[in-house]
Design a protein around this ligand. Structure first.
Ligand SMILES: *Cc1c(COP(=O)(O)O)cnc(C)c1O
Length: 436
C-alpha cells in the first residue's frame, strides 16, 4: 500500500514509513493512494463470513504488498480476539458494541492492530522499538494494553496527574512488563509537548528507536473499517439489505474508517457524525465555513476536540466535493443536558446503559430515523466505550446498575506502578536514558 500526504500529493511513501512516521514532515496526513473495491459477490455473501474472516479479507486486499497471507492470518487471529456484537434495541435500530476489547473502548481495534504491524516491521531490526505516547485517557489504555507483551516493543505513557478516571489510570499503570506509565504534574497539553520535544531531541533519538502511537496513524484507521462490514454481515443475517451508521465523533477517525469501508465497496445509505458541544463539523456542514476552535469540556470527554485532525481525510475521500459529501454525511451536535436526558431515556426504554458518547449517537440515530421511511434499512449507532469507564457521569441509581466486566475487578486488585514526574523535559530525558 502506497500513501500520499494531504499537503503534497507528490509526497508518496510506503506503508512501513507511514506507520513509523505517523505524520508526514509537511504536516499533512497520510492517505491511501488508491483503494480497490472488494469483490461485490463477496460483499453480497458477507453474512457467511466470521468477523475474523472479514478482517483478513480486508487486510489482505489492502496490505498484500507488505504481508503474506499467512502473516495476515496470524496478525488478525491475535488482534481480533473479541467480538463486536450488534444488539437490537428496536426492530430497525441497533447498537454496535465496540467495547469488548481489553481497554473497553473501540480504540482497542486500532491500537492492537498497530502494535502488531509495528512489531512485524521492527522484527527485522534488532533494536527495541520505543513507543512514546501522551494520553488524556482512552488512547493510553488502548495503546498500553495493545502493546502489552508484544515482543520487541516497549511503551512509555505520559498522562496528566488527576485528570484520568480511576479505571483509566489502572489501565495505564497496572501492567508492568513492557509498559511504563509516567504521571506528569501538568495538563494533557503539557504531556503532549514533552512527547513532541523528545522527538526533536537529536541526542535522544540517537540513543532510542523512538516512535509515536499517534491517533492519526494509518495503522489505526485500517482495522476500524472491519467492524462496519461486520455490522452489515450481522444486519443481513437479520434480514436487512440497507444500513446506515451513526458515529459519536471527536477527532473523526472512527467515521473516517467508515468512509474507508464504503470506498472498499460497502454500501452505506447514510453516515451521521454525532458530536457534543464541540461542533466544528456540524457548524461547517451548515455554514460552509470551517472554523476550528479550542475544545470545550463536556461529559463525553473523549470527544472534546475543537479541531478534528481527521476531517481533512474525510474531505479527501470525498475529493473535496461538498455537494456529494453533504448527501452522504450528516452531522449534529448535542449538549450535556441532552446527553444526560438520553442516558436516562435509553435506560427507561430499553433497560440499557449507554456511556455518554454512545448516548449522543443514540440521539442522532433517533433524529435520523424520524426522517426515513424505509423499513428495510437498519440504523446502527456505534457504542465506543463501556459505561464503567465514566462512572462520574451517571446519576447514582444508574451507576449502581453498571455491571463491571470481570477484567475491571481483576484490575482493581493489581498494583499501580507509576513514576511521578514534574513537567520538565530534562527530567524526562534523563529518566528515559537511565532506564534504557
Ligand atoms: C476516542 C473516542 C471517541 C471519538 O472517536 P474519534 O475517532 O476521535 O472520532 C468517541 N468515544 C470514545 C469513548 C472514545 O474513546
Amino acid at each position: 500500500m502506497k500513501l500520499y500526504s494531504t499537503n503534497n500529493h507528490q509526497n508518496i511513501v510506503d506503508f512501513q514509513q507511514a506507520v513509523f512516521q505517523s505524520l508526514p514532515e509537511d504536516n499533512g496526513l497520510y492517505m491511501p493512494l488508491s483503494v480497490e473495491k472488494l469483490n461485490q459477490d463477496w460483499i453480497k455473501s458477507i453474512q457467511n463470513y466470521s468477523f475474523q474472516e472479514i478482517a483478513k479479507k480486508i487486510s489482505y486486499e489492502l496490505l498484500k504488498a507488505e504481508f503474506s497471507e499467512n502473516e495476515i492470518n496470524d496478525l488478525i487471529d491475535e488482534v481480533i480476539n473479541f467480538p463486536a456484537p450488534l444488539v437490537f434495541l428496536e426492530e430497525d435500530l441497533a447498537v454496535l458494541e465496540l467495547f469488548h476489547g481489553p481497554s473497553f473502548a473501540f480504540k482497542d481495534f486500532g491500537a492492537r492492530f498497530m502494535s502488531r504491524v509495528m512489531a512485524h516491521f521492527s522484527r527485522k531490526e534488532d533494536q527495541l522499538l520505543d513507543v512514546l505516547v501522551a494520553t488524556s485517557g482512552d488512547t493510553g489504555g488502548a495503546v498500553a494494553l495493545g502493546f502489552l507483551g508484544v515482543e520487541g516493543t516497549r511503551v512509555t505513557i505520559l498522562y496528566p496527574k488527576g485528570k484520568v478516571s480511576p479505571i483509566q489510570e489502572l489501565q495505564l499503570t497496572a501492567n508492568g512488563n513492557n509498559i511504563r506509565a509516567i504521571e506528569i504534574e501538568g495538563t494533557f497539553d503539557d504531556c503532549q509537548a514533552l512527547v513532541k520535544q523528545a522527538f526533536l531531541d537529536k541526542d535522544l533519538i540517537g540513543r532510542l528507536n523512538l516512535t509515536s502511537a499517534n491517533s492519526i496513524n494509518i495503522a489505526r484507521l485500517i482495522p476500524q473499517s472491519f467492524y462496519y462490514f461486520e455490522a452489515f454481515a450481522e444486519a443481513k443475517r437479520k434480514g436487512f439489505e440497507k444500513i446506515s451508521f451513526v458515529v459519536p465523533s471527536g477527532n473523526f477517525g472512527n467515521i473516517t474508517a467508515g468512509i474507508l469501508a464504503s470506498i472498499l465497496g460497502l454500501e452505506v445509505k447514510q453516515f451521521v457524525a454525532a458530536t457534543n458541544a464541540n461542533d466544528t463539523v456540524p457548524h461547517f456542514l451548515e455554514t460552509n465555513t470551517y472554523s476550528p476552535k479550542s475544545s470545550v469540556q463536556t461529559l463525553s470527554n473523549a470527544m472534546d476536540v475543537g479541531s478534528p485532525s481527521n476531517w481533512v481525510r474525510v474531505m479527501e475521500f470525498f475529493e473535496h466535493d461538498l455537494h456529494v459529501l453533504k448527501k452522504k454525511l450528516l452531522s449534529k451536535s448535542y449538549s450535556d443536558d441532552e446527553t444526560l436526558k438520553a442516558i436516562n431515556e435509553i435506560h427507561e426504554k430499553y433497560n440499557y446503559i449507554a456511556c455518554p458518547h454512545t448516548a449522543i449517537a443514540w440521539l442522532a440515530a433517533k433524529e435520523y430515523q424520524a426522517t426515513k421511511k424505509d423499513k428495510s434499512e437498519v440504523t446502527v449507532f456505534l457504542s465506543t466505550a463501556h459505561p464503567c469507564k465514566f462512572p462520574d457521569v451517571f446519576p447514582v441509581h444508574l451507576r449502581d446498575k453498571i455491571i463491571n466486566p470481570k477484567e475491571v475487578k481483576e484490575l482493581k486488585l493489581k498494583k499501580s506502578l507509576k513514576v511521578e514526574m514534574k513537567n520538565n523535559f530534562s527530567e524526562l530525558k534523563e529518566w528515559l536514558i537511565r532506564n534504557n
